[in-house]
Design a protein around this ligand. Structure first.
Ligand SMILES: [Zn+2]
Length: 212
């Protein structure tokens, strides 16, 4: 016998946030006004998390054959107003849709992995990493709609355009490149800005934007 609350085997329930606009894998904290307060990171910890996020985008874009001109990270005190804490400056490209989607999902999934590996993972921090990736998810949604006329979903329903499916594929790609991602993140924490050539040599990866 099944009831309306039963879920198909192998699926997990995602959470509609209180604004009724966003759906996250991890539940929204009971009360919050500021994502950074939920995370309660030091400046150094937050900078490293941002560096992991941007390094993962950078490495997976390059692996997909997409040129990256530069990557930049900023501290919380520098990222005020509309200034983003991280930026990956991408060139024009033609690439396989699945590779582009993995590169877009890579920021939030790498942050989640880094939180676990460093013993800093909490539900609130995992949720904040998701909410910080809203622009990435919106961009993925746009590419999916453009290519196939369907929308990105968050239902763990096993379809190729569901975020749970995309995340498990992304996790596998990240695992292959983890050493490059962490090395690039370490360099970003030190330098804050890396150009195309530096990205290629530090991450030991072909970057179409780097002079050969
Ligand atoms: Zn991102």
């Amino acid at each position: 016998m099944t009831t309306a609350t039963d879920q198909p085997a192998g699926t997990e329930r995602w959470h509609v946030n209180r604004n009724h606009r966003h759906i996250t894998r991890h539940p929204e904290p009971e009360q919050w006004t500021d994502k950074w307060a939920v995370e309660a990171f030091t400046e150094a910890e937050k900078l490293h998390g941002t560096a992991i996020h941007e390094a993962a985008h950078t490495v997976l874009f390059c692996a997909a054959g997409i040129p990256i001109y530069s990557v930049t990270v900023r501290t919380m005190s520098e990222a005020v107003g509309t200034i983003p804490s991280g930026e990956t400056n991408r060139g024009p490209f033609r690439a396989t849709l699945q590779d582009v989607l993995a590169a877009l999902c890579a920021g939030e999934r790498a942050e989640d992995r880094w939180l676990r590996e460093t013993g800093m993972w909490t539900t609130g921090r995992a949720w904040a990493a998701e909410r910080s990736a809203l622009n990435d998810r919106t961009e993925a949604d746009g590419f999916i709609y453009q290519a196939a006329g369907v929308f990105l979903t968050c239902r763990s329903n096993g379809t190729w355009h569901d975020l749970a499916t995309l995340h498990s594929h992304t996790d596998q790609v990240i695992a292959k490149h983890w050493a490059s991602i962490t090395d690039l993140a370490d360099a970003l924490v030190r330098e804050r800005h890396l150009d195309a050539q530096q990205i290629a040599s530090i991450a030991r990866i072909d970057n179409p934007a780097a002079a050969s």
